[in-house]
Design a binder for this molecule. Sequence first.
Ligand code: C5P
Length: 415
Amino acid sequence: MSGQKRILLIIGGGIAAYKALELIRLCKKANIAVTPILTRAGEQFVTPLSVAGLAGEKTYTHLFDLTDEAEMGHIQLSRVADLVVVAPATADLMAKMATGQADDLATTALLATDTPVLIAPAMNVRMWEHPATQRNLTTLTGDGVLVCGPEEGDMACGEYGPGRMSEAADIFAAIEKFYAGDNHPPQPTTPTRQTGPLSGRKVLITAGPTHEPIDPVRYIANRSSGKQGYALAEAAIALGAEVALVSGPVGLPIPQGVELINIETARDMLKAVQGELPCDMAIFCAAVADWRTEDNAQQKMKKDGSGQPPALKLAENPDILKSVGHLKNHRPALVVGFAAETENVIENARKKLIAKNADIIIANDVSDEGGVMGGRDNTVHLVGPDNVEHWEKMPKQDVAVRLMDRFSDMLAKSS
Ligand code: C5P
């Protein structure tokens, strides 16, 4: 790279747009020139004047600004920089980038550019976790787009979770890393496995709900978010394990380093689990639907005008934990079940421990007041053959880290 370093900064419309101002300041301090583009939505949060003031350059806003077209076409504008930075990258901007839409100056520049792109996503947690956004993220990273954040925390909208835009200093660090990396976006690398107490051990985890089809467009499901199971997968990776995560449909980012097997139905989950045996530890965190429809309709079911709703005939799904717990050969050395209960939590967990031949059941109360299903926190009780331990309420990530430490100790003692 020669001459003056320059980024093209696209500021999208989000409450985090104010952080873009600090980012400009940091870049200028480091002698990196900034050409700013402000989207129409971005203008609702910061003004072209304050952006231009900090950048010391004109802020570009509209596609059909004839003067700009004469001075510098949008194609050229997209290529003045070494790196295009999109901050905040809203769900809408990510969707447009992933599908190649170009209906304003920012998206046109993004489509026309041949320079590397770094995005700093910022949006509501549900929008971030939505399968559509996650699909777009996968497309964009596959296209070589660099991603910084988002962070997890309290959001402006009052919710908690991933979706907050990274701080300006962190985005700036990603820009510096780009320049240090000789102008090439880093190629996706296989993360090196951590060393730890689970090094050389294979851990199988089921997570999320299952979807049982009724007809081609309808299904039976439950409120499981998959968060606890995904957090366990991350914690197991951190302890050095090889992790296979068999997951029902959820909108969560894939934990780095896991082998993810996506399934929809309980029967598919059973097959996937069998395909991952033998393993050292199996953790059944999924909320498997107990029943499926006996025959799911091949065509969308219709009202027949008689006023009589159709009767759904249900069949019982295989119990995956039970089948693995009772294996004669290849039973994992440690089999862990979860029990989501709305009443008699401990008593029901004990019954499951015996019926499913698990080594330990992690029981939790999912009655409405607890807000466990889909929520951030979990209150768990560890139910073993001879004892019960009650843990205080804590974030699911903390539950996962502490549980994984415990499981790792149990595994070490059992084998
Ligand atoms: O649904 P239930 O309360 O019986 O779930 C208890 C445990 O059994 C959980 O660990 C769940 O993942 C597992 N399970 C399973 N297959 C089923 C039902 C439950 O693996 N069909």
